[in-house]
Design a protein around this ligand. Structure first.
Ligand SMILES: C[S@@+](CC[C@H](N)C(=O)[O-])C[C@H]1O[C@@H](n2cnc3c(N)ncnc32)[C@H](O)[C@@H]1O
Length: 106
């Protein structure tokens, strides 16, 4: 993505999840849950115990936040892309509809 100015904001309500994401180190089972071999090759290296470590160039693009998305939904700024994988599964149906409506009006 040379020539692009990319900033990624990563958030989770759980401090341990943020800590793990900041470390950027994943065991083989975790890393193979959705990433292609090409992306793993490009952005990760394997450490001495066989875990996959995110490239510093990737980490530099990411700002991490400890946030409750539901409570701070109205504070969300403008983004080009928002990805929420397996997060709304924790919400009641009414809350999911609220999130969907919010995104539609965004
Ligand atoms: C099933 S995990 C999915 C993690 C990751 N997105 C993935 O697909 O591998 C759900 C994550 O959502 C976080 N989460 C749950 N409710 C949240 C909320 N209201 N605000 C922010 N994060 C939340 C949990 O702490 C957990 O890390």
């Amino acid at each position: 993505m040379s020539g692009w100015d990319i900033e990624i904001r990563a958030s989770d309500i759980c401090k341990d999840a943020i800590k793990k994401a900041k470390a950027g180190t994943y065991n083989p089972t975790e890393i193979h849950r959705g990433l292609s071999h090409e992306l793993i090759e490009k952005y990760f290296s394997v450490n001495s115990v066989g875990d996959y470590v995110a490239d510093p160039s990737l980490k530099r693009m990411i700002l991490f936040f400890n946030v409750n998305l539901i409570e701070s939904l109205h504070e969300i700024q403008t983004f080009d892309l928002i990805l929420i994988r397996n997060v709304l599964i924790y919400c009641l149906r009414r809350r999911k509809m609220y999130c969907g409506k919010f995104v539609q009006n965004y």
